[in-house]
Write a protein that binds this ligand. Structure first.
Ligand code: NCD
Length: 358
């Protein structure tokens, strides 16, 4: 097994994502990630294993005895939640996932309360966390920082796994895992996810959840992807290149209604205006045709689902909230279970939990 100790940063950083994967795996050969940095680390088999483990943890946690067993699994581990960008769900669901597994946690959510405020670099901060914790769950506005830290820590004297909870405009792998878990559960008794059509709508240019989920969907058989956005916010070329390379069916569109009619899942996203080069730039874009409301609900297939990574603004009308096809609230809770599954797997406890007597 090649680890990050076996390769220079210069070489590693230039590899395409798929070729980086083996360097990020656990060293015992079970295929699970040690560092979780991007969606390309997951294939269909791994996704199935993680969904099965999430279901198992969910079930075990229902009884007090089971919950107490789970709390013992990683009671010897500590995790640092280092979020230097705003977060509600991703922070809380990782925290709850750690709590389910008995992991003790620490957190920094605002650089103003850490030594970064005194001028310490993010690199030095993360090195500091690795002295006290056994895993670093991090969100950063800086694309590539999680990768760099994974390499640095693996080559330092206290290697600890990094879990990317959102890196700039680039990737959000654990969000994509919970999105896939939600799709798998939604279509479990209806023939599965293969062959489905998924529409992404909103800010597809700067939404990192879109890039990560679009990739994970390519691991399913014959899933068509439709990208609906104003031209200024359409899906970036690197995402399209992956789909072309894998021969995945896709469509670029600005017609939400037509896409909704054809879709089994509609994945809405908010305008990511925090990335505007000039303040207020996004507000000049006409986004009025990229919102899901009563009219879209009326033409949505009876078995289809509406998804959103949240937070939402007005891109899904609240009139959809109690429709059985609105899956965005369930997505949040699914996030806690799939993150618990991932964290347990990173530490090598997949088999033990799957085989436990609860
Ligand atoms: C997303 C993010 O941070 O990328 N939120 C999340 O993690 N659930 C999407 C967003 O902020 O729009």
């Amino acid at each position: 097994m090649a680890g990050l100790k076996e390769i220079s940063w210069e070489r590693f950083s230039k590899l395409p994502a798929a070729e980086k994967r083996p360097y990020l795996e656990r060293q015992d050969g079970d295929g699970m990630p040690y560092h979780t940095l991007f969606a390309q680390q997951f294939d269909r088999a791994l996704l199935e294993r993680l969904c099965a483990l999430a279901n198992r943890i969910r079930f075990i946690n229902k009884s007090k005895e089971g919950a107490l067993y789970l709390k013992g699994v990683l009671a010897h581990k500590r995790a640092m939640l280092y979020f230097s960008q705003p977060s509600s769900r991703t922070f809380l669901s990782h925290l709850a996932a750690c709590q389910i597994l008995g992991i003790t946690t620490g957190s920094v959510r605002d650089a103003a309360t850490s030594s970064e405020f005194k001028g310490e670099s993010r690199e030095d901060s993360i090195r500091t966390f690795s002295s006290y914790f056994d895993m670093i769950i991090m969100r950063s506005p800086e694309q590539g920082l999680a990768d760099k830290m994974a390499w640095e820590l693996s080559n330092g004297d206290r290697p600890v796994p990094i879990l990317n909870a959102g890196s700039g405009k680039d990737q959000h792998p654990t969000q994509a895992l919970l999105d896939v878990y939600t799709l798998v559960r939604s279509f479990e008794s209806k023939g599965g996810v293969d062959g489905r059509t998924v529409t992404f709508c909103g800010d597809l240019l700067r939404g990192r959840t879109v890039r990560s989920l679009s990739y994970l969907l390519t691991t399913f058989r014959d899933v068509k992807q439709i990208f609906v956005a104003p031209p200024e916010l359409q899906v970036p070329e690197d995402v399209v290149a992956i789909l072309k390379g894998k021969g995945v069916r896709y469509e670029i569109s600005d017609d939400l209604r037509a896409a909704v009619r054809a879709s089994d899942a509609v994945y809405m996203t908010r305008i990511q205006d925090e990335w505007d080069a000039a303040k207020g730039e996004s507000s000049k874009i006409d986004t009025s045709r990229f919102k899901f409301g009563a009219d879209e609900l009326a033409i949505l297939k009876p078995d289809a689902v509406i998804m959103h990574p949240l937070p939402r603004r007005d891109e899904i009308s609240t009139c959809c909230d109690n429709d059985p096809r609105a899956m965005y609230w369930r997505q949040m809770r699914n996030g806690m279970w799939i993150r618990a599954a991932l964290i347990a797997s990173v530490f090598g406890f997949e088999r033990e939990i799957m085989d436990c007597g609860y």
